[in-house]
Write a protein that binds this ligand. Sequence first.
Ligand code: IVH
Length: 675
Amino acid sequence: MSAPPRKARERAAELRTQLGHHAHRYYVLDDPEIGDEVYDGLLDELRALEEAHPQLQSADSPTLRVGGEPVGRLEKIEHLEPMLSLGNVRSEEELRAWVERMRNHLAREGIAEPAFTYVVEPKIDGLAISLVYRDGVLERGATRGNGLIGEDVTHNLRTIGAIPLHFEDAPALVEVRGEVYMSLADFTALNERRAEAGESTFMNPRNSAAGTIRQLDPADAAKRPLSIWCYQVGVGEGLSFTAHSEALEWLREHGFRVNSGIRVLESAEEVIAQCLDWERRRGELDFEIDGVVVKVDDLALQRRLGAVGRDPRWAVAWKFPPTTAVTKLEKVMWNVGKFGDLRPYAVLEPVRVGGVTIKLATLHNEQDILRKDIRAGEEVIVVRAGDVIPQVVSPAPHVAEQKDRPQAPHPPERCPFCDTPTVKPAEGVFTTCPNRDCPARAWQLLKHFVSRGAMDIDGLGEKQVALLQERGLVCSAADFYRLSEAQLLEIERFGELSVRNLLAAIESSKERPFARVLFALGIEEVGEVTGRNLAQSFRDIDALLAATPEQIAETNGVGEKMAVSIRAQLDEERMQKLIADLREIGLRFHDEGPPPSQGPLAGNTLVLTGSMPEWSREEATERIMAAGGRVTGSVSKKTDYLVAGESPGTKLEKAERLGVAVLNEAGLRKLLEGS
Ligand code: IVH
């Protein structure tokens, strides 16, 4: 193929410069100089040139904004520097305490009276992104992932108009970090479009941004408008800033979108005032923020302060309090739990809280409803804090004074699922359905059996379990292991591949350790921790089945009353049969491995907090216990190590105060290896 003529090459370069300039005016400065049609005309001309002369295509061509080649899958990318997370503060006192901690830390480093200047930024509720530019051309963009390794989403990031594809006056290598998000207006419009097309709608702007960024085909991503606020310069060859605010200014000058509400402030009191101001103005913004980020401006001080686990000491997130709304409580309905317990929930007139439309909320239990004086048919206050299940907190202020209020809700006299008369508790909180064969109750037990901390069978969610139950294929947990390919294929929702995967997942669940099997059985007092403790002290089901309540009560964390109840449940005929069946099927009813008293962590007590990059909490706990260590829930003087993952919270503060050694996952691995 012959080289493109000089004229074509020159025109393409000119078009790229013009399109780059106009994208910056439009997307970054929000101040366009030309209309959309003119922009599209220039883009069309460039596209035609590139089609005629494919050598003219380049990684930074604006034609990629409307979608380049789809990718087969998202590749993993190691970040040049770890992407950190942030510790939280929730009050003025906590913010002051953070400043105090920094002072103490620096004092230990020999810096007596540090003069802090702070940068206060909105905490955008989107997803963190890393952009790597080589010689000013966007080379790679990735999601945060676990902070060390993210996913390559360059193809989709190129479709975001506010992200420069190239910039002038650039160092050889620079990494820019920021938060990709969807504006509220774009989010609403997108959802309306999807609803009209009969497609599912997104829960909130963050979910829709995250879903968009992970698309394989950039043409799909291009159809959903995203934007970015840039807030950090990572690695930068030949760049030497002395302050974070300088780096932000550099970003702005080089065409990156930096929020104009960011302030540089001199005192903690000014910082607090600014945080409260953002909190007040939160609802006026065209994007969701879930807090405010406060950073120490001086980069030399930042370096001296360093990080604890994944959280820098030099920055903190001021989190907003849970969001509330008022709506009508239409009715109270009742679910049946694993042990027949009737659990109330609220059906609400749909309302938007903290960025999500909610229709259901938990009411915890009967007493709670009475205590809070909540009545169906009235207006109530609902709270949704972060990702937690929404809750009804109280009647709306004006309601309680009214006369002729509706009756207080009370549990139904017959089980809503099997019509058995319900039983009021002699003690305890819940009215129960006493029917052991109640389908709702069985469903809860089956769901529990396959759930994450228990047998962890991938591909069996609550819907699948319900389907299997309805078809009469699964009555007891042992039936999961008796399912055949032919039976599953008859269910319309199960394809050939998913059936094969499911059967493999069921088969491999037979490898779960004894502790998990004990937990999965669904014994009322046996949670994950007690399951592990029982497995550790008895090591074998026969030993446990032969134990007296007194012997069971010798187990760590098991009281006398609990032991009697556990004993009684083990004696029930259906439990005996379940254990016998599962045993025959080949599940583990014996603890393997050397006795933990000889492991490298023998005699040590550890506490886990925050999420770790590789291991789930269950995995980490299992490993610690296999090495002879104990895992407890709260930090005390007796704690030997705190293992802190991401967003560790107050346990970390307490550990620091008590002088307890703090480790991250890598540190834990070393301990487990005995080094
Ligand atoms: S700084 C210190 N600045 O919050 C390094 N993060 O909880 C941490 N975020 O993963 C990042 N707005 O997704 C920083 N102005 C801002 C931010 C911000 C939102 C997010 C980001 C990060 C998370 C940390």
